[in-house]
Design a protein around this ligand. Sequence first.
Ligand code: MN
Length: 130
Amino acid sequence: MYNRKILAPLAALALASTSVMAQQSGLKRTNLQQHDISIPGREAVQVRIDFGPGVLAPSHKHPGEEIIYVLEGTLEYQLEGKPAVTLKAGDVLFVPAGIFHSARNIGTTNAAELATYVVEKGKPLVVLQH
Ligand code: MN
């Protein structure tokens, strides 16, 4: 009983801190799979990210590449130094390593993307710009 009371909140905190964005309202990150790959020191991570209507994923970067497939809705992406692009279900986007970018659901329904990362192991997956 004692252990459960102490450990449950700690476990929840650990889970939340693995993804800064998981705590932001209207954004839901669902971890799907994570594996070592043939490149030493790197891993593949696959996440489904759901955005409520109007919700912004603020500017951030990753320690490797992000390969995006839009599952539903309409998302506007902004990569540093590039014009914004509007993508719909079935569209794809490649985000080079270390490039700051943001995404916003500009539609009136849920939007979702499948994000596949090829990143350095042992580093935070998401690093916010500020
Ligand atoms: Mn990203």
